[in-house]
Ligand binder design. Sequence first.
Ligand SMILES: [Zn+2]
Length: 291
Amino acid sequence: MLKKSLKVSILVTILSICSLIAYTQQVNEPKSGNPEWSAPYEPFRIAGNLYYVGTYDLASYLITTTKGNILINTGLAASATMIRANIETLGFKFADTKILLTTQAHFDHMGAMAAIKKMTGAKMMVDAGDSAVLTDGGSSDYALGGNGMSYQPVKIDRVLHDKDLIELGETKITMLHHPGHTKGSCSFLLDVKDDKRSYKVLIANMPTIVTDKSFSDLPAYPQVADDFAYTLAAMKNLQFDLWVASHASQFSLHKKRKPGDAYNPAVFMDRRGYDEELKDLQKQFDKKMGL
Ligand SMILES: [Zn+2]
């Protein structure tokens, strides 16, 4: 009898551990409270072979090549169908997506990544600093972690480091390590061209501060202040013709372009807007540092 009850209690313990694991593996996407994150927006050609395929505010970028396409950022979990429809509306095949990238491993850019990887078989490439959070679905994020997974974990096919090249067809993208917002936040630089000229495009991850805690109160990220300082300085020195960013609001997409507008890369030639954004972010950083 004793033996049997011992077996039962072991079984009960195993079952409860299993259900605990199942519970903790559930994805709890935070409620954004931001309807613009899930509202639709018409996909459009930004410049050359670079297209906007995101939601109203969560920017996703498609770069088309003769060897398949590259998709940067995927919005929330529910954005997958919208991104797919946007790609197809532009006349491209969703299944041609070969490489997946993210500007930062937060749920509002990673939400649909695992699903899109599964649907397309594309290879996930990520800045080394974000490889841990990608693997645990954001659980270990220094600012937004601690509440389990906020997005489905994604298997990584290639780890990227500062200035690494991502090549597909005739397209070469340089990854720029811009840590702070997450440990592996990054921007991308690439040249695109249309029948008139070529453009150097910056897809920027703006270094916004994402925690209310003091920088010295973040044991999971001791170098956070140094990283923000590095990124702010590095971004000020970048040279480009056009710029866009992780959120449409960050580069004032909806002021620059209205639905139905004709192709016009020039509206994204906005060095002043970029410099002003960085100036504002530098102020917020200095304030946090008590400067
Ligand atoms: Zn973020």
